[in-house]
Design a binder for this molecule. Sequence first.
Ligand code: ATP
Ligand code: MG
Length: 402
Amino acid sequence: LPPEFEAAKPILATIEAAGYEAYFVGGCVRDTILGKPLHDVDIATSAFPAEVKGLFKRTVDTGIEHGTVMILDHGEGYETTTFRTESGYQDFRRPDQVTFVRSLKEDLKRRDFTINALAMKANGEVIDLFDGLADLKAGVLRAVGVAEDRFHEDALRMMRAVRFASQLDFAIEPATEAAVKDNAALLTKIAVERTRVEWEKLLMGQQPTRGLQALVRTDLYRYMPLMADQQAMLTKLIELPAWQLTSIESTWTMLSWLMGDTSGVAVRKLLKAWKTSNELIDHVTAATAVLSALNATGTLSARELFDAGAAALTTANQVADILGFGVDQTELMANYAALPIQNKRDLAINGGDLIKQQVVTPGPAMGQILAQLLAAVVTGKVANQYDELLDFARMVTDTKNN
Ligand code: ATP
Ligand code: MG
């Protein structure tokens, strides 16, 4: 057992000692059997939420209406969910009703794929009621039950299928894939933010081309924001020599680049459609501009380095490496570090100084002068020193006034 399971054993033992069943379930069991690192340990139990809470000193109601209670133990939190069935799904995304049950089988039946419907006892024994082990060994993603019905219940599962194909390098079983193709349009029922998480995980998976090929074969991409006419772009991505994207920033930078319009307006439009944060929009806009410059000239000016900042430069260079025009990362960072200043705030003079010295009065003119001062310092024309900057500011305003 992995150390995460060893550490959680006393929790299962406490629940069992009270006469209930408790198992590790879902992704953590799958990843344990595959020998992959775990990111969360999920526990399922026949005990009802109130019963779980009665057994432990410290719990938090993280999702009590769905039966989830977090048990706090030696500084760790363990999500513990009562066995449940789901019904309703009138909106193709969320069950109208959740019912707590005492049967593990009922709980495993509601899970998306057979490899995610495995349970494990504290002693390591695997409970495999839907032949998930065979699929895990064969590298197959197969819906639990009738795929068509399962995607009708929750259309996000279709995105999860292509995401796992990429993350695990698994094949989607033919009937399951056919059901994705037949129901792809239901993806529009799902909140963009949830689709985005799966899309980013797909792009950062170990075998992204596998997920992308499935996405194209099933037409699922047609129902993702601004992707309906992007088959050629996706094909380009699929045909790039083996690649790996390791950050959310780099996935969006790659997509922005391949979509062909590297303007800030286009990048913003894409990321807005996917409802990303403004921070990500700024980062990707900067990184995409760097890609343009690198691709055009193979090098970056002081101004381009300054405008991008270290983080966007790193993202851009990772993507440029995949595209075949990356530069030496150490040298890139050295060039950035060698800039006279790395940040606007580091300018040795500010607006207040200019007013005090009666170079300028508050207003738009001041912004323009500060921009000129910044440009002069970044490009090395003027040293970043108060007196020199003041002289330069006076010279600039004199020229303008005469
Ligand atoms: P990872 O955590 O690596 O992204 P995971 O399979 O653990 O993958 P979670 O979202 O953590 O995914 O969900 C835990 C488990 O809950 C899954 O393994 C699966 O059994 C079940 N599950 C999650 N989402 C769904 C869904 N949309 N439909 C059915 N079952 C789901
Ligand atoms: Mg998980």
